[in-house]
Design a protein around this ligand. Structure first.
Ligand code: PMP
Length: 447
């Protein structure tokens, strides 16, 4: 007998816990999702909810893909688990080989984790050890970027640029700095294309290097497009200049592509859209189309070789998870990758980009709307906060959309969208029209 979500009506919600205040609000008015197919969730009231977020930036091929569920079921019955240390199984090798067909040319080795947070932690641990293995002394400093999100683990919140996320943990990892983000210079820098500002912003890195000396700095980590922080675009030239500066000083560049990976911006990975070869790249989410928790860290040949051939090869890095390269996760990932490739979903993102952009930009001029940011199939709108009630306008728009059957992501007065890449024009219309009503109502109710 197989039990499913719909068989269970929880008598009480007391036992289930997540330590967020949002969890308290959720329990007082739960939005309970019970099934999903294609572009839609269904909730416990039988309402269809258009998924404007690919769940949480992960279900890139849409919901309920049979090829994935069949692959998972087959794998559970054939080999449900294999220890990752001193032994392996063929799917992990196959999945790794298949994945590196899509990465920038220098990233040819992959380590499997179970989440985005673990991928970030892995990347930071690799970076903190790489320089020692290369005989360059210990480099202990890490540089992140304001407004970036790198998961919930201790290294991740330390390099992460959302101050609220680490404010109850003291100052986080010692020796961590943050590059300034783009919004203070210009809203919507991407759409307006301001070539000078990208390089000016990246020059902040030179200042940090002058302050701390490159010989102390292990790595710079950035999201190519900062998703959770509000879909912050890299201004023109920014990422390229970061690459130039880090290379010049022998500092590793880590791209966190947990959100931007797997076609979100029209290439398998955002690094390729900007023609950049980072030294390390982290992913998760779309890796299995969200079906099974899994993450991955890609490293350059140079890093791989330093660890595998260095003199301390037995003690180079204490790292590895019980579920690294889990056979069921690999089966799900391979099935997801088959779908991405067979349906050309990464290229499809590029084809839909102008439709998505036109839809979002049709909202221009609405009262209280101060910015629209988008690339590929990720976008956000930003609302002018209400005096004394930051986030309230955003909450109202989110609430309206959900009641009208559209799921968007709400962070303060920013509403973000990252729909499954199978989205059609009529879904974009539904998304935009519902947002429009929501913005108009949120304005009327408060002015
Ligand atoms: N990095 C980025 C860029 C993310 O967006 C996220 C999750 N939203 C993470 C890391 C953490 O991933 P997870 O929640 O799977 O640990």
């Amino acid at each position: 007998q197989i039990s499913t979500v719909t068989d269970h009506q929880p008598a009480s919600m007391a036992a289930f816990w997540m330590p967020f205040t949002a969890n308290r609000q959720f329990k007082s008015a739960p939005r309970m999702l019970t099934s999903a197919s294609g572009m839609y969730f269904e909730n416990d009231k039988g309402q269809q909810i258009l998924d404007g977020c690919a769940g949480l930036w992960c279900v890139n091929a849409g919901h309920g893909r049979e090829a994935i569920s069949e692959a998972v079921a087959r794998q559970v019955s054939q080999l449900d688990y294999a220890p990752p240390f001193q032994m392996g199984h063929p799917l992990a090798f196959e999945f790794a080989e298949r994945l590196i067909q899509h990465t920038p040319p220098n990233l040819n080795h992959v380590f499997f984790t179970n989440s985005g947070s673990e991928s970030v932690e892995t990347a930071l641990k690799i970076a903190l050890n790489y320089h020692r293995l290369k005989g360059q002394g210990t480099r202990q400093r890490l540089i992140g970027r304001e407004r970036s999100y790198h998961g919930v683990n201790f290294g991740g919140i330390s390099v992460g640029g959302i101050v609220n996320n680490r404010k109850t943990f003291g100052s986080g990892l010692p020796g961590t700095d943050h590059l300034p983000h783009t919004l203070n210079i210009d809203l919507n820098a991407f759409s307006r294309g301001l070539p000078e500002h990208g390089t000016e912003l990246a020059d902040a890195l030179e200042q940090l290097i002058a302050l701390h000396d490159a010989s102390n700095i292990a790595a710079v980590i950035v999201e190519p497009v900062a998703g959770s922080g509000g879909v912050i675009m890299p201004p023109v030239g920014y990422l390229q200049k970061l690459r130039e500066i880090t290379r010049k000083h022998g500092i590793l560049l880590i791209f966190d592509e947990v959100i931007t990976g797997f076609g979100r911006v029209g290439e398998a990975f955002a690094a390729s859209r900007w023609g950049i070869e980072p030294d390390i790249m982290t992913t998760a989410k779309g890796l299995t189309n969200g079906a099974i928790p899994m993450g991955a860290v890609f490293v350059s040949d140079a890093i791989h070789d330093a660890f595998m051939t260095g003199p301390e090869s037995m003690i180079e890095l204490f790292h590895g998870y019980t579920y690294s390269g889990h056979p069921v996760a690999c089966a799900a990932g391979l099935a997801a990758l088959d779908i991405y490739e067979q349906e050309g979903l990464f290229q499809r993102t590029l084809a839909m980009e102008p439709v998505f952009e036109a839809g979002l930009h049709s909202l221009k001029g609405l009262p209280g709307l101060i910015d629209i940011r988008n690339i590929g199939l990720i976008g956000a709108i930003e609302l002018q906060p209400l005096d004394g009630q930051p986030g309230e306008r955003g909450r109202r728009v989110f609430q309206h959309c959900y009641e009208q059957g559209v799921l968007v992501r709400w962070t303060g007065d920013i509403l973000a969208m990252s729909p499954p890449l199978i989205i059609e024009k009529e879904h974009i219309r539904q998304l935009v029209n519902t947002l429009k009503e929501g913005i108009q109502l949120a304005f009327q109710n408060h002015e």
